[in-house]
Design a protein around this ligand. Sequence first.
Ligand SMILES: C[S@@+](CC[C@H](N)C(=O)[O-])C[C@H]1O[C@@H](n2cnc3c(N)ncnc32)[C@H](O)[C@@H]1O
Length: 214
Amino acid sequence: MTDEPGPTEWGSAPGVGPWVGEVPDDPRLDPELLRDGDTRNVVDAYRYWTREAIVADIDRRRHPLHVAIENFGNDANIGAVVRTANAFAVHTVHIVGRRRWNRRGAMVTDRYQRLEHHDTTAALLDFAAAAGLTVIAVDNVPGAVPLEHTALPRECLMVFGQEGPGITDDTRTGAAKTVSIAQFGSTRSMNAAVAAGIAMHTWIAQHADLGQAW
Ligand SMILES: C[S@@+](CC[C@H](N)C(=O)[O-])C[C@H]1O[C@@H](n2cnc3c(N)ncnc32)[C@H](O)[C@@H]1O
């Protein structure tokens, strides 16, 4: 154990002030941030980096995990899904249906996360087939198998439903399998963004190189 703050501990490192001393000759660094300081919600390794440099660096390490959320009724959970996807270096977050979604929940992480829109679930499934991704629907519906006992494909697209109706019939029939997260209480389902976080982390636990984590 060490008392040293970790690289992502915001409490002890809410940001940094203007660069002190000779400015490094590094094209990844942003002259304005060097001059004014950097209080963005980024890990310390990316302090003073331009957005483009951060995205390029994550791009080198993105996982072959894609996630999609069906947004036919404007799901308020999308921001939280985007933020968690960013934390796990998910390849792309796909939004199906309505283009509009509330970005507040993303806490600006959408600036560093690849996002794609599809008008319909059919278009999403066509994309997955062309990209060689195995589609895994995530919902606690009849026929679902326990996520906890499922070996997830490495090249994977996980699809989450919206609050209320859950996943569409197109997703259920188009997916290679549907997985459910075990529940033990009284509620019929959990919040979609929480379920997405659990499912993404299950993929991370099975496939990611934890030695590369911050
Ligand atoms: C609030 S749920 C709504 C649908 C849900 N099937 C129901 O009967 O109430 C919204 C989404 O969260 C995810 N979800 C919630 N609880 C889940 C669970 N126990 N297992 C898998 N996915 C879940 C699914 O993607 C689902 O489509």
